[in-house]
Design a protein around this ligand. Structure first.
Ligand SMILES: Nc1nc2c(ncn2[C@H]2C[C@H](O)[C@@H](COP(=O)(O)OP(=O)(O)OP(=O)(O)O)O2)c(=O)[nH]1
Length: 461
């Protein structure tokens, strides 16, 4: 008899669709499984498409080999799929009962992790790594203070520690009223939403409830989505840390989503740094080869025309090797993960962890602190803060002066409070604006900022 204090795979793999759709009683065999449909739904979403014009690290590439958030998300999804399949295959090999109960566990886990990885950055604002800090800084500034006066402490915390992960959960679970079905939206499965949620907690939880693991580093939903997250957690049978506070242990597959992201950004940002000439091949290539640790007779067996060709080959094989190791680590820790007793990033246990830290150190010093990266990040503070300030001033302008009315007309209808069905609280009005600003691409945000500040008027003026 399984213990109550553990999560169970059949429930964790729920194919029901958020918020309340039942499994469809299809008359013919479906062409795509439920989790492949999740992947496809994310691909066709406009929030995903906009990732192609959002900076990952390097400002929008003049050169075409540098990653945007979209290429990073695609690569993470591919790595996540292999990781999910391989990890679950180990579980099946080691547990005959599970293999009988869920013979397609490997396929399903691969598909779920791929879909969740594809969506993992969908809520990230423009202007790279510090876009979230730029939004938080604005809400910490004196300019924002009047708008926060009527908000609860938890609502203020959401804004002053703005989280792309929570914005992502908001996008993925957003619903529209629909006459025939009650609601419409992306309608992802609960399993994919669970795997997506690396931080299953709100922004504020009591210190006494915290245990200090990786899943508590950030938060995963805003106050507006609290009931939605509780609903997801209940459906999946996530173990609570403090259910009343909406604070849970992770869905096990979130560890694989995190590992795929960690692996991809560490190795691929480093590769970008090499290709951009910010990290020398004399430093970078030997470090990657050391991690690959090929036998002596394999090294040097291919004749490369250029170090870049060798770099691509070494990176590809290194990712393959680390995926294999991570899958074994996951299956080893799976029982503890299911009991909520393991809470650290899997990559920290890789045999080459020390070298991966060196890779990260070089990326921080030579790529993340390079001039173009610092410039785009500084611009992000100016542009995102400036847009939020101008539009918030218009939204909360009680007298609705000329300037405010014009600015409000520039706001797309779905982000206007008066366009919503229910009455909208001050907190929700602010979040609607952050949806607008965080959802923009780097270029859209920059050109709107320049236009409303009168710095540069639209073409044809
Ligand atoms: N420009 C810049 N980029 C950084 C820095 N540290 C990390 N990055 C890059 C690495 C990745 O491409 C991307 C994501 O890093 P994050 O620290 O947000 O990822 P993390 O996995 O910790 O958080 P997450 O769970 O994805 O929200 O930003 C930094 O100090 N400056």
């Amino acid at each position: 008899m399984p213990s109550e204090e553990t999560m169970h795979w059949p429930r964790l793999l729920s194919q029901r669709r958020f918020p309340d759709q039942q499994l469809s009683a299809a008359s013919a065999a479906p062409v795509r499984g439920a989790f492949v449909q999740d992947y496809d739904r994310v691909v066709f979403s406009s929030a995903f498409r906009r990732l192609q014009r959002k900076t990952q690290v390097m400002p929008l590439p003049e050169t075409d080999f540098v990653h945007t958030r979209l290429t990073h998300s695609l690569e993470t999804a591919v790595v996540g799929r292999s990781l999910g399949r391989l990890a679950a295959r180990h579980l099946l090999e080691n547990d005959a009962e599970l293999a009988q109960l869920l013979p397609n566990l490997d396929q399903d886990c691969g598909d779920i992790v791929a879909a969740a990885c594809l969506a993992h950055d969908i809520g990230n604002p423009p202007f790279g790594h510090s876009g979230e800090d730029a939004i938080s800084s604005y809400f910490l500034s004196a300019a924002a203070a009047p708008y926060l006066e009527k908000l609860s402490a938890a609502e203020v915390a959401d804004l002053q520690h703005f989280e792309g992960n929570a914005a992502g959960f908001r996008i993925l679970t957003h619903t529209y009223a629909a006459h025939s079905t009650g609601t419409a939206g992306l309608g992802l499965t609960y399993a994919t939403l669970g795997a997506f949620t690396k931080y299953p907690k709100p922004s504020l939880v009591a210190d006494t409830a915290k245990k200090g693991g990786a899943s508590e580093k950030k938060y995963g939903h805003f106050q507006t989505e609290s009931a939605r997250f509780q609903h997801v957690a209940a459906e999946l049978g996530l173990l609570p840390k403090d259910a009343a506070a909406g604070f849970y242990h992770r869905h096990p597959l979130a560890f694989l989503v995190e590992a795929a992201d960690d692996l991809c950004y560490r190795i691929i940002d480093f590769e970008d740094g090499l290709k951009l000439g910010l990290i020398t091949p004399e430093t970078g290539l030997p470090l990657l080869k050391k991690m690959l640790n090929d036998p002596a007779d394999r090294i040097g067996s291919v004749q490369w025309h250029d170090w870049r060709e060798e770099l691509g080959y070494v990176r590809a094989r290194l990712i393959g090797k680390l995926v294999t190791e991570l899958a074994e680590l996951f299956s080893h820790h799976a029982p503890a993960i299911l009991r909520g007793e393991y809470d650290q990033p899997l990559i920290k246990e890789l045999s080459c962890w020390t070298d991966l830290q060196e890779v990260q150190r070089l990326s921080i010093n030579q790529l993340y602190r390079s001039r173009p990266v610092l410039e785009i990040e500084a611009a992000g503070f100016e542009v995102l803060g400036g847009l939020l300030d101008a539009f918030l001033c218009a939204v909360f302008d009680a007298s609705q002066g000329h300037r405010s009315r014009k600015l409000l007309l520039l706001l797309p209808e779905q982000f206007r409070a008066e366009g919503q069905q229910a009455s909208v609280s001050p907190y929700e009005k602010i979040l609607l604006l952050t949806d607008f600003v965080a959802g923009m691409t780097d270029q859209n945000a920059l050109s709107l900022y320049k236009t409303i500040k009168g710095i540069e008027l639209p073409k044809g003026f």
